[in-house]
Each structure stands twice: as structure tokens, then as C-alpha cells.
Design a protein around this ligand. Sequence first.
Ligand SMILES: Cc1cc2nc3c(=O)[nH]c(=O)nc-3n(C[C@H](O)[C@H](O)[C@H](O)COP(=O)(O)O)c2cc1C
Ligand SMILES: Nc1ncnc2c1ncn2[C@@H]1O[C@H](COP(=O)(O)OP(=O)(O)O)[C@@H](O)[C@H]1O
Length: 314
Amino acid sequence: MEIYHLQYPQHITIDEKGPFSLAIGFFDGLHKGHQAVIGEALKNGDRLGIKSAVMTFDPHPSHLFSDGKNKVGYITQYPEKSRLIEEIGIDVLFIVKFDWSLASLSPEQFIEIFIKGLGVKHVSAGFDFTFGSKGSGTMEQMDTLSNGEYGTTVVGKVTDIDEKVSSTLIRKLLSEGDVEKTASLLERPFRTVGTVVDGEKRGRLLGFPTANVQHDDESIIPANGVYAVKFLLSDQSYDGVCNIGVKPTFHDPSVSKPSVEVHLLDFNGDLYGKKVAIDWIARIRAEKKFGSVDELVEQISKDKETAKEILNGY
Ligand SMILES: Cc1cc2nc3c(=O)[nH]c(=O)nc-3n(C[C@H](O)[C@H](O)[C@H](O)COP(=O)(O)O)c2cc1C
Ligand SMILES: Nc1ncnc2c1ncn2[C@@H]1O[C@H](COP(=O)(O)OP(=O)(O)O)[C@@H](O)[C@H]1O
């Protein structure tokens, strides 16, 4: 997959101008709804015998507006996002910088530069996609302003038991620790990527060494609690049990920053500095403060058994 980083007005041209069948949207999470939109771009690309492309924006608009006070956390960050788009079979990815210059373009200017200007011959987007200054451009306008230069496909609401599948719904489910429902909306487990860093060196003393995974601050993680997970290291996948939290047994919960730590069920080795990923499979319980270290150790043994049973079928 070819990747172009575009920024208005400095970088808005590409080596080979289309023709493209384009899916456009922010696509945070690449959930079922996003997959339907991107699927349309693929289908129309095949039908027209042209390359398929995705256009997405960076950062998320909420990082620009209201001085970033209502920033949303990312469900899927680059480069994981590009990897997933490539896996779907898309030929070209445009990552457009979302800054004030871009956000100030009128819908007409946006179309001239980023649709017609790139040689797009078909545009697919969700029914509620908006573009141009203050999000004033709609897909109806996208169609009207084409003047026959490109076709459009609007994908209707994708639902899951009557609820609109959306990035907002997924952020809410993750904040409740519902990784199972999240996986059903993503059609894959929710994934956190990061690096194994030093912890407090207490895990090995308890008999449960835990790899402390540091993730990007702008990515969201599930609610504090204990989870059955798949731990990915290079091309290998290991079963694990993970605690996200502040370890209230040892710390004052109001002053600690949550850590993500995975105990691998069948592993012995050094993981420090390794780039890893965690696939969240099921929530086991909430994190709690134990009266003694022995009680905590007993509970972690039980969590390990629970995780083993859950992961048995995966
Ligand atoms: C499966 C699992 C469950 C855990 N549950 C709790 C918990 O409920 N309360 C708590 O205070 N700490 C909990 N912990 C965190 C341990 O206290 C932690 O692993 C230990 O302090 C080691 O930390 P370190 O890796 O930074 O040395 C849990 C850890 C694991 C692996
Ligand atoms: N089964 C295992 N699960 C997780 N980490 C393990 C395991 N076996 C060995 N390790 C290693 O031990 C480290 C964790 O030990 P721990 O005492 O919890 O130290 P820290 O507090 O630095 O995380 C991991 O980062 C990894 O390098």
C-alpha cells in the first residue's frame, strides 16, 4: 500500500494522479461501519477497474477544536491503523493533516483539491460524513458538486442490536471494560500496542512476574480491571492475564497512574524493551484492594485459572 501524507496548502499533489475509488472518513477503530464504507471503495474500484484508496485525517478533529479541551482518545493509532487498512486490500492511503488551514476550507474547495484534484472517480462514505468548514458539507453536496466527474456511494447506518455502531459507542464500551462487545463491533479483538518497560520488580516476588506495557498516551485502554488476553510478541501469540490499574493493595489509588501489566501463563524469559501488542479477549473482574499480599496472590492464581479456561477456545 502506498501512503501519502498531505497537508493543505503545502503538500496537496501526488506523483500519480488517480484514478481512485476513495473511501473517506476518520475511521478511528476500523469498526464494522468503517469496514462497510471501505468495502464499497474496494467494490467500486473493482467495478471501474481503478485503484482503491482511503482518505483519513490526523489528528482527530477534537484535538484542534475547543483548544483540545475535549480531545477524544484514539481507539486505533497509526501505524496499527495503516496496517489494518492494508490488510483489507486497499492500494493507497491518504493521511491528511487536520489543522486550521484544512478545517477552514469550504466544501467546494475541499472537493476541488482533495477529490477532483487527486483524480478521485468514486467517493464512498457513511451517511453522516461531513467535510469542509464547520462540517457543513454533506454527502448530498458531495454528489451535487461532482458535475459528473465522480460517482458517490452513501453507506447507511450499520447497527448492532438497534444501536448505531460508532467510535463513540466503542469508547464508551471500553470505558466500562466491555472488551467482548467491543470485539464484536470491531470484528476482531481490541488491540493495545506498546513497549515492555521496568515496573516495581514486585511481580517476581509474588510469584507472578508481569510485563509492564507502556502505551501511547493518546490511545485509550479498557477500564481498570483484570482481563484474559492474548499477548503478541513478534509472530508469536501467548496466553496471558492482565491487570490494568493502580494496584490499590500497595498504593494510594488517588495518586498513582494506571499501569498495564501482563502475566504470561506459560513463559519464562526477558521481555524488557520488546515491542508487543495485547489483544483484549474477556473481562474477568474489577481491580480491588486486598487486606494482605497472601489474599492478592491467592486471587491472582484464580484469575490465572479463569484466563486459562477462557483462552482455551482461542
Ligand atoms: C492477574 C492480576 C491481577 C491483579 N489484581 C490486582 C488487584 O486486584 N489489586 C491490586 O492491588 N493489584 C493487583 N495486581 C497487581 C499486582 O499487585 C502487581 O502485579 C504487583 O504489584 C507487581 O507489580 P510490578 O510488575 O510493577 O512489580 C494484579 C496483577 C495480576 C497479574
Ligand atoms: N511469565 C512471565 N510473564 C511476564 N513477564 C515475565 C514472565 N517471565 C519472565 N518475565 C520477565 O519478568 C519481567 C517482570 O517481572 P517483575 O518482577 O514483574 O518486574 P517489573 O516490575 O519490572 O515488571 C517482565 O518484564 C519479563 O521481562
